[in-house]
Design a protein around this ligand. Structure first.
Ligand code: LMR
Length: 392
């Protein structure tokens, strides 16, 4: 039976992890998968997470099931973190990571409107398109990234969404756009909000990197403005990056509804969707995030460490732009300083990406997406020299 299965197409990001691991060079540099690394190249367990784990270990008396939509205290804490408040117009469910939250929301939409059309940015995180295709849902792309300026093609994006209507779901990146690092301004979020209200389309915000751009609050000002104005909106949150809980799979799906009755119906449907997909969401990572968010001391330490991580990335952005200026004798990479989040697209060809891998052991995704956090200060001159040698 299974020998007739079509060979699955390897996921470019995951395949790169394996290629990097197999490379014997000790000078290799991993700028592939979106995982934070410190200046020693380690992905640490965050201090507050360690302490929360100790507390959980000491206090937890049972591993019995939570609710189908997870621990309500976790969902509430996540809504407060992302949206600034948890209200009776918000339904919510714990999910296995941000990807799990997206999957649940896609499923919810397809139950409500099987003909709904999803619209994702061009480019976007590859799993957006992959998951929607895998579910047989309609997916199109709106213009987003301008390869010339390395900024957002906002006029084109706005014109596109202005042509949408009530059957359309627009997937937006809450902050720290993946893969480009080019983000919407608060004024642009406000214009998109007006468009959603005027044309009736529904936003679905993928919020996977809150706190990795300019700050926990700063990163979500635009999204929160939208949430405060529109009738309906969905948000998929991840605890993978900002809590460093990657393998524990903690995430949260929230749906903002126009009234309490619809909220109750959505809440019941989220429970049913979870039951059909995987029954109960994992709780270990969710419990850690909830402990941290609700304990002033742990929360302060978590925020301090997240600030250190963000400042390291933003410092690397400045250093990298400067190193590339010197190596290439041009200012064309200055956009790296303006971008925010883990990623930027270097803007080189797949051949140049390959040359940098072959010659210098630098691993970037083929579209030249690079995880800035994978660099160290020491790497910067060599990276810039390798880019220049490849013809960047
Ligand atoms: C990434 O884009 O590298 C991360 O979101 C990890 C993943 O699952 O792809």
């Amino acid at each position: 039976m299974f020998n007739s299965l079509p060979q699955p197409k390897p996921d470019a990001i995951i395949a790169l992890m394996a290629e990097y691991a197999a490379d014997p060079r000790d000078t290799k540099v991993d700028l592939g998968v979106g995982v934070y690394k410190d200046d020693e190249g380690r992905t640490p367990v965050m201090r507050a997470v360690r302490k929360a784990e100790e507390r959980l270990h000491a206090a937890q008396t049972t591993k019995t099931y939570t609710k189908l939509t997870g621990d309500p205290a976790f969902v509430k804490a996540m809504q407060e973190l992302g949206l600034g408040q948890a209200t009776d117009r918000m339904a919510g469910a714990a999910a296995p990571g941000g990807t799990g939250a997206l999957r649940v929301l896609f499923e919810l939409v397809s139950r409500a409107k099987p003909d709904a059309k999803f619209h994702i940015s061009n480019p976007s995180w590859p799993s957006h398109e992959g998951m929607l295709n895998n579910m047989g849902l309609s997916v199109s792309k709106y213009d987003y990234f301008d390869a010339e300026t390395c900024g957002v093609r906002f006029d084109d994006m706005l014109a596109y969404v202005n042509g949408l209507g009530a059957d359309d779901i627009v997937v937006l990146h809450g902050c720290c756009h993946n893969p480009t690092g080019a983000n919407l301004t608060d004024a642009q979020w406000a214009q998109l909000t007006e468009s959603a209200i005027a044309n009736g389309w529904t936003p679905l915000v993928d919020l996977a990197y809150q706190g990795m751009g300019d700050g926990l609050e700063e990163d979500v000002t635009g999204m929160r403005h939208m949430a405060s104005k529109v009738q309906r909106m969905m948000v998929a949150q991840s605890c993978s990056k900002n809590f460093g809980l990657y393998r524990d799979r903690a995430g949260c799906a929230t749906v903002i509804c126009p009234d309490v009755d619809e909220t109750k119906l959505v809440q019941a449907t989220l429970a049913s969707v979870n039951r059909m997909l995987y029954s109960f969401a994992p709780d270990h990572g969710a419990a850690l995030a909830e402990i941290i968010l609700n304990d002033p001391e742990l929360r302060a330490d978590w925020e301090a460490e997240l600030t250190e991580m963000r400042e390291r990335i933003n410092g690397l952005r400045d250093g990298l732009a400067e190193a590339l200026r010197q190596a290439t004798n041009s200012d064309r990479f200055d956009f790296i300083k303006e971008h925010r989040g883990m990623f930027s697209r270097l803007g080189v060809t797949p051949e140049q990406v390959k040359a940098m891998r072959d010659e210098a052991g630098i691993y970037m995704v083929q579209d030249s997406r690079m995880n800035i956090a994978g660099l160290t200060e020491e790497d910067l001159p060599a990276f810039a020299r390798a880019a220049a040698a490849a013809g960047a």
